[in-house]
Design a protein around this ligand. Sequence first.
Ligand SMILES: Nc1ncnc2c1ncn2[C@@H]1O[C@H](COP(=O)(O)OP(=O)(O)OP(=O)(O)O)[C@@H](O)[C@H]1O
Length: 239
Amino acid sequence: MAAPVLEMLGVGRDFRSGGEVVRALDDIDLALAPGEMAALLGPSGSGKSTLLLTAGLLEPPDRGRVRIAGRDAAGPDCWMTAGERRRFRRDHIGFVFQKANLIPFLTARENIRIALDVAGVERLEARRRTAELLDWLDLDRRASALPARLSGGEQQRVAIARALANHPVLLLADEPTAALDAARAARVMALFRAIAETRGAAVMVVTHDHRALDLFHRRFTMQDGRLAPAAPDPAVKRF
Ligand SMILES: Nc1ncnc2c1ncn2[C@@H]1O[C@H](COP(=O)(O)OP(=O)(O)OP(=O)(O)O)[C@@H](O)[C@H]1O
């Protein structure tokens, strides 16, 4: 197997609420290789979002280590400073959430472009990449529209383009199709698969949408903060 893009080693995370301790993540071990697309399943409150945010360096683990692209990036023993971690996240990780969260007064094109400007990408290169993403995500004709004039599926595609702008090695998505109808949801999931296969990114998607599960190379199920690989499915392609 190629060197993993994401490794979680013995990762744990507790939350304290009203004197009680909730073990949101309990000894999570997980590795994702380049080009792999994994589904993260499980009941409400089982720890899926916490796992995704921890993998994405937005939640600090109390125990264990998170390694991304071969580098120790989070954990009690990690020496990365907050500023370094922020830059590392920006350069290596893309996020897509249930709501597109686009900036309402910027056009589709500008919403993508701003991610590149913030990362300090040179002007001509930023223009080239924005045009390429608009084309790839079939948004050319909507490039000058404000978010309020875009459909839900178009808004989500802009959010995906924005997440891809800095060529992340790891793409994390939390219920990205929850607000979409079946046809649009299928299209977005197929797009994630294409991102994994053509760009070699590792993709992890929290989803309750069981209609698209056969698109995933791997499925993980969370239960009470623990992670278990789902029963092997011979129909699912393995790496
Ligand atoms: N910031 C927080 N403070 C306190 N408890 C939290 C916090 N975030 C998550 N939790 C708790 O940790 C557990 C896991 O939550 P998490 O949101 O990761 O679950 P989930 O599987 O994503 O749920 P859902 O499918 O409903 O979104 C839950 O018991 C939740 O109440």
